[in-house]
Design a protein around this ligand. Structure first.
Ligand SMILES: NC(=O)c1ccc[n+]([C@@H]2O[C@H](COP(=O)([O-])OP(=O)(O)OC[C@H]3O[C@@H](n4cnc5c(N)ncnc54)[C@H](OP(=O)(O)O)[C@@H]3O)[C@@H](O)[C@H]2O)c1
Length: 328
């Protein structure tokens, strides 16, 4: 098998190399998947740069998800998916390879209507968007959700969820053309800007209304700008740190209305869930993906061997959408 291997942390372009090794044999209730595609997410790049919250031991093969075909397995959970196309949940990494061994319970068969480009990104972003909205923030019909990084993959899913479930979205983006894309998806308000200038723009956009909750993946003053717009007891949920800047918190703004700042990290959340909850969440996400609600914007697809161009494109500000590696 061929894998992309990191032996030293650093810039993804310089630190990744293809290595060959013997095909791994799956253990009991494990499957070996012949990989078809895997996305390059911000978390993969953070991990290779040694800036992720939980770093694996070196050497390692990155990639927390992808899509492929089950070609070997042992045990009843494996037999259930033998020969099927599945979304791969590789929570400890390893999907940037020609083959990947995972617990069979983390191989999720998907409807044929879901194209490989979507199936490859089944886990990291769709489950995050779904859990934050449906299980944690639970906006009522007509309520407002504010968000930064709104034109990214997660951001677009939140907008589509808003249309589907009946909540409204106030979306902060950093480029004009991102606003057009979001309006096309049904975004209620779009604000272009960053930092302190946003506070006034948000207030103008909302008028007398307030946000039920807000989602922030940027950090810094951009993330903080959503706090004064929260309703009483409203929450700012932090789930990313794209700018790398800390969020400046003003105690008075939080205390007025007893607003909250909380965080979400999928890998922490999954640790707290029972197998049954995970299974039912995956079923709900698979159904929403089939309906087109949890859809990733698809960018360039690169052959596996051209991984250097792929990681560079994934890191580029203003890229077209999720960058994917094609293994076969
Ligand atoms: N906590 C969790 O469990 C979890 C799970 C999934 C994702 N995430 C996080 O969610 C975030 C979004 O992921 P994604 O896959 O949706 O990313 P993505 O598709 O790459 O989109 C990122 C978006 O953010 C914008 N952006 C990037 N850096 C920015 C900055 N410094 N200031 C303002 N906007 C910026 C980009 O704009 P341009 O187009 O202009 O570059 C793009 O619209 C990431 O931080 C990721 O790590 C967290």
């Amino acid at each position: 098998m061929k894998s992309l291997v990191v032996r030293e942390w650093g810039e993804p372009r310089d630190r990744l190399n293809i290595e060959e090794s013997a095909l791994p044999e799956p253990g009991w209730n494990e499957v070996r998947v012949r990989m078809v595609m895997a996305p390059i997410n911000p978390s993969d790049l953070l991990m290779i740069r040694n800036r992720y919250g939980r770093q694996p031991a070196l050497p390692c093969c990155p990639g927390f998800e992808g899509v492929g075909v089950v070609e070997a397995g042992k045990g009843p959970l494996a037999w259930r998916v033998m020969g099927k196309r599945v979304a791969v949940i590789a929570k400890d990494g390893g999907s940037w390879a020609s083959h990947c061994v995972i617990p069979a319970i983390r191989a999720i068969p998907l409807a044929p209507e879901v194209p490989d480009e979507q199936a490859a990104s089944f886990f990291v972003n769709p489950v995050t968007a779904w859990v934050m909205i449906r299980k944690l923030l639970r906006p009522p019909q007509g309520a407002w959700i504010g968000q930064t990084a709104a034109a990214g993959a997660v951001g677009q899913m939140i907008v589509r969820l808003g249309k589907d479930l009946g909540f409204k979205t106030l979306n902060i983006v950093r480029r004009e053309e991102q606003g057009q894309i979001l309006k096309g998806l049904g975004a209620d308000k779009v604000i272009v800007g960053s930092g302190d200038e946003l506070t006034e723009k948000i207030q103008l956009a909302l008028g007398n209304e307030k946000l039920h909750a807000a989602l922030d993946a940027v950090g810094g003053p951009t993330g903080a700008s959503l706090i004064p717009a929260l309703k009483r007891h409203g929450s700012l949920m932090i789930f990313g740190r794209l700018s790398g800047e800390p969020i400046p918190l003003h105690s008075g703004q939080l205390m007025a209305g007893m607003r909250k700042v909380e965080s979400f990290w999928l890998s922490e959340w999954t640790q707290d869930q029972s197998k049954l909850t995970m299974w039912s969440t995956f079923r709900q996400v698979a159904a929403a993906m089939k309906r087109g609600v949890l859809q990733s914007p698809v960018g360039k697809v690169f052959p596996f061997e051209d991984f250097r161009s792929a990681v560079q494109e994934a890191d580029r500000a203003g890229k077209d959408g999720k960058v994917l590696l094609r293994m076969s």
